[in-house]
Write a protein that binds this ligand. Structure first.
Ligand SMILES: Cc1cc2nc3c(=O)[nH]c(=O)nc-3n(C[C@H](O)[C@H](O)[C@H](O)COP(=O)(O)OP(=O)(O)OC[C@H]3O[C@@H](n4cnc5c(N)ncnc54)[C@H](O)[C@@H]3O)c2cc1C
Length: 472
């Protein structure tokens, strides 16, 4: 078990891995955690200096039921199963989840006519609890909804979740169960071989009997490194607006549009941090680094948001961001085993990978067995209890017993998000400490509030420099 960001990789005997998982997003981290339940030597590597630093840090954070997936696809099965697995895992490890439910709102006759078909589709996906709401019922549920909403389909079970804690919980459990995590470690070349593949990284060479490609947007490029060209990833950008916490009382459910040809469409949803989110856009691009927002994209979102929830536009925007979905031109995941190469590709994990992550990991374990991996007996993983970032659950600054034990948990540093010195120090000393201030924000919410660190930024930076990895 180790976490490294600098220096050469281990060499010599004992430095060979049974499995190397490339990509420490939510999917790769889930796979590493699942493999860590077996007596295997596993490495999880990422080009970035933190886990969950790609698409996994910038999504809409919904734990989908999979009610609207295309029935019969692998995605439909893994999202449904992933919802069940992640709901249970979140309870066990303390990942904040709020099962607020979703309302699929019809704004015109065509959309209203589509609702019964969506209810049937949900039933084919195993969700029989959906229910039609009249305009009056809808309005009593969501009194701030804009004029013109005709009806809705209620989808119980849809929930909001903390995506940052999810990836971190998987990776933490993987590392504590024996996985080596190598960060800042881009794999640049692969020399397939027997019994070991050689992975040339910017920090040295890794040897792996089996290889898993969980490279997200770059899954096609990684496939090419091992000599495969099965699909191309097109980045589909989703821009989002985050509204200040004063907006939270305006919305009770996840408000979904009736889906269109480019996906799930623009939604309004509460976040577990007590904000309200509006987005995402869906723009097919060519640049896999284009995670900036655009004035045009944000203006379009405001226009649509104003129709859904007019009062939302009176509230202040705390943050804007964009994430890139890994679209591949196929309405399903691109997960495939290549037994001759002892290699599994986990590509095309588009807009549901957070939800499906644990089910994808189980599926990949089976595919690795098809590639000749004998995982050996299963054992219980190391226990993990994550710090709570959710507003619906007790936060440290309100926990008198914790503060009595350690007064630094009563010392607020980030006043917008009420993050204490104790939480920041604990994150900096955790199993996978953050590699920078953004990573610290994803672990604590420090600098993530309405002032975006204007007030607390200097103090947070000073703590990072005093207690962070660089200081050791
Ligand atoms: C706008 C938007 C909204 C979404 N909303 C939801 C939602 O509400 N619910 C949901 O379930 N899902 C949602 N998703 C989808 C979800 O976020 C993704 O499916 C998921 O994050 C994909 O995870 P990943 O691990 O495959 O990819 P990533 O998180 O991108 O991880 C891939 C990792 O591979 C690394 N990597 C790439 N190439 C190399 C290399 N050569 N060497 C080493 N490392 C490499 C990268 O650095 C990166 O960290 C949304 C996505 C977007 C963009």
């Amino acid at each position: 078990m180790s976490v490294s960001r600098t220096g050469p990789l281990p060499v010599g005997s004992g430095a060979e891995y049974d499995v190397v998982v490339v990509g420490a997003g939510v999917v790769g981290s889930a796979i590493a955690r699942t493999l860590a339940r077996h007596p295997l030597r596993v490495a999880l590597v990422d080009a970035a200096n933190d886990v969950g630093d790609g698409t996994s840090k910038a999504n809409t954070a919904i734990l989908h039921t999979g009610f609207d997936a295309t029935p019969g696809t692998l995605e439909a099965r893994l999202v449904r199963e992933g919802h069940r697995l992640l709901s249970a895992y979140a309870r066990e490890t303390g990942i904040p989840v709020e099962p607020v439910g979703a309302l699929l709102v019809a704004w015109d006759e065509q959309q209203r006519a589509a609702l019964p078909r969506l209810a049937e589709k949900a039933a084919r996906n195993g969700h029989h609890a959906t229910r039609m709401l009249t305009a009056a019922e809808l309005r009593s549920r969501e009194p701030h909804l804009g004029p013109g909403a005709l009806a809705a389909l209620e989808v119980p079970g849809e929930a909001v979740i903390c995506p940052w804690t999810t990836t971190l919980a998987y990776a933490t459990q993987a590392v504590r169960s024996g996985v080596d995590l190598h960060l800042d470690c881009r794999v640049e070349k692969v020399r397939p071989g027997d019994p070991y593949h050689r992975l040339v990284t910017r920090r040295g060479v890794l040897r792996a009997r089996h290889l898993v490609n969980a490279c997200g947007l770059h899954a096609d490029a990684f496939d090419a490194l091992v000599g495969r060209e099965d699909f191309t990833v097109t980045p589909r950008r989703g821009q989002l607006l985050v509204f200040d916490k004063f907006a939270r009382d305006l919305v009770r459910h996840i408000l979904l549009p009736v889906p269109g040809p480019l996906g799930k469409g623009v939604l309004v949803a509460p976040t577990v941090y007590g904000n309200v989110m509006l987005g995402p856009t869906a723009e097919d691009l060519t640049d896999k680094t284009a995670t900036g927002t655009t004035a045009e994209g944000l203006a379009g979102l405001r226009e649509q948001g104003g129709r859904i929830l007019p009062a939302l536009l009176d509230e202040e925007v705390t943050a804007v961001y964009a994430g890139l979905r890994a679209a591949t031109g196929q309405e399903d995941y691109r997960i495939a085993a290549h037994p001759a190469l002892r290699y599994v590709t986990v590509g095309g994990i588009r807009s549901t990978g957070l939800t499906a992550s644990l089910a994808i990991a189980e599926h990949v374990r089976g595919l690795l067995a098809d590639c000749g991996l004998d995982p050996g007996p299963e054992r219980p993983p190391a226990r993990v209890r994550m710090p709570n970032l959710g507003e619906a659950f007790p936060r440290p600054y309100r926990d008198a017993r914790l503060i009595a034990r350690d007064p630094e948990f009563g010392e607020i540093v980030c006043h917008c998000e009420r993050v204490t010195r104790g939480e920041i120090r604990a994150a900096l000393a955790s199993t996978i400490p953050p590699g920078g201030l953004d990573g610290l924000r994803r672990r604590t919410r420090a600098r993530g509030g309405r002032c975006q660190g204007n007030h607390c930024g200097a103090e947070v930076r000073a703590l990072f420099e005093e207690y962070g990895e660089g200081a050791r």
